[in-house]
Design a protein. Structure first.
Length: 94
């Protein structure tokens, strides 16, 4: 599986993996993911493609287009923190 991302901040050509190491859940569970570089942010247009073989070995290619916002990371936590819910819209990080 493959994705091409284009955004306000930059672009990326990514291999989507199901190895449990790329924010994709457990290895081999059928969920695919990739680590998006920090340069890709803002409004993102993504083309996701999957290729393979169908019955009798016939090749196939499926492509989907997605558009979504990707915000820049504003906070990085390094160490231990605790959280508590303040209300329906806010979370306290201590």
């Amino acid at each position: 599986m493959h994705a091409v991302l284009a955004s306000d901040g930059g672009s990326a050509d990514l291999q989507l993996l199901a190895d449990g190491l790329h924010d994709d859940g457990a290895a081999g569970d059928g969920l695919f993911g990739a680590l998006v570089p920090p340069s890709v942010h803002g409004q993102v247009l993504a083309r996701v493609s999957v290729a393979g073989s169908a019955g009798a070995g016939r090749p196939f290619l499926r492509t989907a287009w997605l558009a979504f916002p990707l915000l820049e990371r504003l906070l990085v936590l390094d160490g231990s923190v605790s959280t508590r819910v303040l209300d329906d819209e806010r979370l306290a990080i201590e």
